[in-house]
Design a protein around this ligand. Structure first.
Ligand code: CTP
Length: 467
């Protein structure tokens, strides 16, 4: 049906409803709830019987909140079922709809099922006065985008804020779950895959899309939105992870990125570290409830929300910032610190001379990990290092564990073929006094979450650890 006709029908239905509600002395939302109830559609969770076991656990804590962003795709109709599924689980749902989404589902119906006003406009007086987009973005435990269209994913990946949905997504510091839905060719397009990789690197969780028949006749492939039950399960997993906050009250210190060692005021020695793994660890530690200090070398990444970020350039600055940030319960050294600096770096730009290129003489940098791990006073109870190796990964990592006297080494293969440096995936071998454990290849975010879970468990097992 043409969108104009749908809009006209929507208007006509709204005015009928308005009349009916006024005649019965009820609000529009109340009227819709009654109509849906008469048609056998529940719009409110049954107060006594929450069907899922997780619901009982969740309601013991303050009610979990989800902000659901519905963007414009045929799958938007499934989002109504998603709202019901979330509410069944005792989760409060607030809804934001893009303009295009309103071509498929009306805000009135979504609002009636969610049990509240649906937010559609960035400059909506009602939203701005009674909630505002910043509060919408923050007063939630999780943001869910379902369906996430190629267009909205592109906006998210590039940080555009052109309407209420994209603005809220840029303004939020909460975890984000997206359920992409689009034509298989759009999904497979390099641009969409590039945006997806960027979103994943930024910490976004993705559910689906699934393979199957598309709404367009004759189209099949990967692009169908995940089913509402799958999305609800992913929401529960994320809320549980967030609700647990196993590092609440703990201080976590993390180094990340490369260091730059000056040759003169304009030139420096550096390495290929992107800082992605260290920054992902900082985000995971914040999510686990820790007070996080991230000492970061020069990287092209945003500061993780909720962390105290100290920006440094050289190895010596990094050591000073790390020492200033102590005490800590856990220290994780993910930075690729330059082993050498240029001795007597020039205060002025070096000029080309007839004598040929300058001879650079190198001096050894302090080993930050070893300095902290060997401290007699104020050594963090859990000191974790990384080992970036291009060969004999585990053997070198074992030697580093002994030499630097840290508790764990996370060894990874950084040879060019592994694609780890600058990439989004990592394969870790956890080397400790207990032996070697190889983790499956996973995203740097997943590595970060696993490491933080392990660190929290190890701290809890220490004498005087948390309950
Ligand atoms: N590290 C550090 N300070 C340094 C060098 C390394 O804190 N000056 C830390 C890294 O953050 C990492 C661990 O030590 O956690 C191992 O780093 P890596 O570069 O793998 O090893 P190196 O000690 O530099 O040894 P090599 O270059 O011989 O492999």
């Amino acid at each position: 049906m043409a969108s104009l006709t749908i809009r006209k029908l929507d208007e006509a239905l709204k005015s009928q409803l308005r009349l009916r509600a006024a005649r019965n002395g009820r609000s529009m939302e109340e009227e819709i709830r009654l109509i849906l109830a008469a048609a056998g559609e529940e719009t409110e969770p049954p107060p006594a019987a929450l069907p899922q076991p997780a619901a009982a656990a969740m309601t013991a804590r303050p009610q979990a909140r989800v902000l659901l962003v519905i963007s414009g795709g045929i799958a938007a109709y499934k989002s109504l079922d998603l709202i019901r599924r979330l509410k069944e689980r005792g989760i409060a749902v607030r809804v934001v709809m893009t303009q295009a989404a309103q071509e498929f589902v009306t805000p009135l119906v979504a609002g009636a099922i969610a049990g509240g006003h649906v937010h559609t406009d960035l400059f909506d007086e009602r939203t701005e006065f009674d909630i505002g987009h910043i509060r919408l973005a923050r007063e939630t435990d999780l943001v869910v985008v379902a369906p996430a269209t190629a267009d909205l994913m592109a906006k998210m990946a590039n940080g555009l804020a052109t309407d209420l949905a994209s603005t809220v997504l840029l303004a939020t510091d909460r975890p984000v779950l997206i359920a992409p839905a689009m034509n298989p060719r759009m999904w497979a397009h390099k641009a969409t895959q590039r945006n997806l990789a960027r979103l994943v690197a930024d910490g976004t969780t993705v559910v689906g899309p699934n393979a199957g028949e598309m709404a367009e006749r004759g189209e099949a492939g990967v692009g169908r939105m995940a089913e509402p039950l799958e999305i609800a399960a992913a929401v529960e997993t994320l809320l549980r992870a967030r609700g647990a906050r196993p590092l609440a009250g703990k201080r976590v210190l993390i180094t990340s990125g490369p260091t730059h060692e000056p040759i003169d005021p304009v030139r420096y020695i550096a390495n290929r570290s992107s800082g992605k793994q260290g920054h992902a660890i900082a985000r995971a530690a914040v999510d686990a409830g820790a007070a996080v200090t991230l000492v970061s070398g020069p990287v092209g990444l945003p500061d993780p929300a909720g962390a105290n970020v100290v920006h440094v350039e050289s190895a010596r600055d990094m050591l000073a910032a790390v020492e200033a940030a102590l005490p800590a319960d856990v220290a994780i050294f993910a930075a690729a610190v330059a082993d050498w600096r240029v001795e007597g770096a020039s205060a002025q730009k070096l000029k080309k001379t007839a004598g040929g290129p300058p001879a650079l003489s190198l001096a050894e940098n302090p080993d930050i990990l070893a300095t902290i791990a060997r401290r007699k006073d104020g050594r963090p109870p859990l000191v974790i290092g990384f080992a970036a190796e291009t060969e004999q990964v585990v053997a070198h990592a074992k030697a580093k564990l002994a030499r630097k006297r840290c508790d764990w080494i996370l060894a990874n293969d950084v040879s060019a073929e592994s694609g780890v440096m600058g990439g989004d995936q990592n394969t870790i071998h956890l080397v400790s006094a207990d032996g070697v454990e190889t983790w499956p290849t996973q995203t740097k975010d997943e590595v970060a979450r696993m490491l933080i879970e392990r660190a929290a468990a190890a701290l809890a097992a220490m004498p005087g650890g948390q309950p």
